[in-house]
Design a protein around this ligand. Structure first.
Ligand code: NDP
Ligand code: MG
Length: 395
């Protein structure tokens, strides 16, 4: 039986890699529904290549433009976040690739979870901001949650019994989770040098080709901070159980250290098609056109401790986790605003962590009793971060 896939964020980097894996296995997977925000040109291409049944764009105008370039095709076109939730929850969909960038992905990802489907989770911000609720809903609706973020996918693969439901028992044998990080393009820069970097330099990741927001997050180590929180929710651990390890080659995607001294690592070339193919075919394995790992050519694997002083976002994420409740939503919202302002040239690179820190510090923390609490915390933190960007009072 062919699996019907819905791709939220189809025009992005993860969306493109997902479509590539589907193209390699057309007998097994079919693109049923796709969603994106405003990239009309790419969405038109996707429609012509994959002929999905449903297409959702972020705005009416983007939707009309795509529709006008796909005349005569049997596709239902709609727009808006509610329509994205509807396609994610469509009973004809078997798997949902959650790859919208940022907090905007939360509602459609939750809609998919509530129908008990297989969720391929790339959109880490949705788990970071609404973690407790998110995991409760996964449990309640029996959704299969497979992490696509390469580190979490690696940890998942290194916890084999975890996938068979022996979660508590397996974690009992774990000493530490070793979360690897490339260190990003500014790994060796001083703070002074980092104060002058441009968005183009920040988006030039040494090993991975990704969207602009996550590229900046990788450069500021906020991505690792978000991943720290993501790992806590996914694997039922705390920041104290996780050691962040800088590994510039991005070959070891993360590790699990067991009490008997064994350390299991998952390795591979840095290519997101590996975790995507893993998630789509799980528990089977399929080809993904990823180059085989040539250890002789790589020759050397390095590991270092992170520098928390030059990269304060990492500690901020742990602080937000321990603060609990809505603190993680506040930190994430501040970061989304700060990264956007940096990409627009409104603030400097180091200002991102400064804004994150100030917003986290001044945010009131509420217990996450419902989604409304998360949306409210997000809204308040966005306003606070925007005020800081506007008035630059943190300088
Ligand atoms: P991109 O910026 O390349 O793509 C983002 C996608 O989300 C695009 O399809 C974009 O549509 C869509 N989108 C953005 N805003 C909205 C919105 N408000 N409503 C609906 N759709 C929206 O990002 P990536 O693919 O790199 O990352 C996507 C997610 O996956 C992020 O959460 C990221 O952290 C995570 N991730 C990515 C990895 C990577 O290697 N790229 C690795 C691990 C995790 P449009 O193009 O029309 O604007
Ligand atoms: Mg990652």
């Amino acid at each position: 039986m062919k699996q019907n896939i819905c791709i939220l964020g189809a025009t992005g980097s993860i969306g493109t890699s997902t479509l590539d894996v589907i193209r390699q296995h057309e007998e097994r997977f079919s693109v049923f529904a796709v969603a994106a925000h405003s990239n009309v040109e790419r969405m038109v291409q996707i429609c012509h290549q994959f002929q999905p049944a449903r297409v959702v764009m972020g705005t009416e105008s983007a939707c009309e433009q795509v529709k006008n370039q796909c005349l005569g095709m049997d596709i239902e076109f709609t727009y808006g976040i509610e329509a994205m939730s509807n396609i994610a929850a469509d009973p004809q969909v078997d798997q949902v690739m959650a790859a919208i960038m940022g907090f905007a992905g939360l509602a459609p990802t939750l809609a998919a979870i509530r129908t008990g489907k297989r969720i391929l989770l790339a959109n880490k911000e949705s788990l970071v901001t609404a973690g407790s609720l998110f995991m409760q809903e996964v449990e309640k609706h029996g959704a299969v949650l497979l992490p696509i973020d390469s580190e979490h996918n690696a940890i998942y693969q290194c916890l084999p019994q975890f996938t068979e439901g022996a979660r508590g028992e397996m974690l009992h044998h774990v000493e530490k989770v070793l979360l690897t990080a490339s260190g990003g393009p500014f790994r060796e820069l001083s703070k002074r040098e980092m104060s002058h970097v441009t968005p183009e330099q920040a988006c030039k990741h040494p090993n991975w080709s990704m969207g602009r927001k996550i590229s900046v997050d990788s450069a500021s180590l906020m991505n690792k901070g978000l991943e720290l929180i993501e790992a806590c929710w996914l694997f039922d651990v705390e920041p104290k159980d996780i050691e962040v390890v800088i590994h510039p080659q991005s070959i070891v995607h993360s590790m699990v250290s067991y009490k008997d001294g064994s350390v299991l690592a998952q390795m591979g070339n840095p290519d997101m098609r590996t975790p995507i193919a893993y998630g789509m075919a799980w528990p089977e394995r399929i080809t993904a056109d990823v180059a085989p790992l040539d250890l002789m050519a790589i020759a050397q694997l390095d590991f270092f401790a992170p520098d928390y002083e030059r990269f304060p976002n990492l500690s901020l994420a742990a602080d937000a986790w321990y603060a609990g409740g809505s603190a993680m939503a506040s930190l994430n919202a501040a970061n989304e605003i700060a990264v956007d302002a940096f990409l627009k040239g409104q603030i400097g690179f180091l200002d991102i962590a400064e804004i994150n820190s100030q917003v986290l510090e001044q945010s009131e923390i509420y217990s996450v009793t419902g989604l409304d609490v998360v949306f409210e915390a997000d809204k308040i933190a966005r306003k606070a971060a925007n005020d800081l960007v506007k008035h630059k009072v943190y300088l």
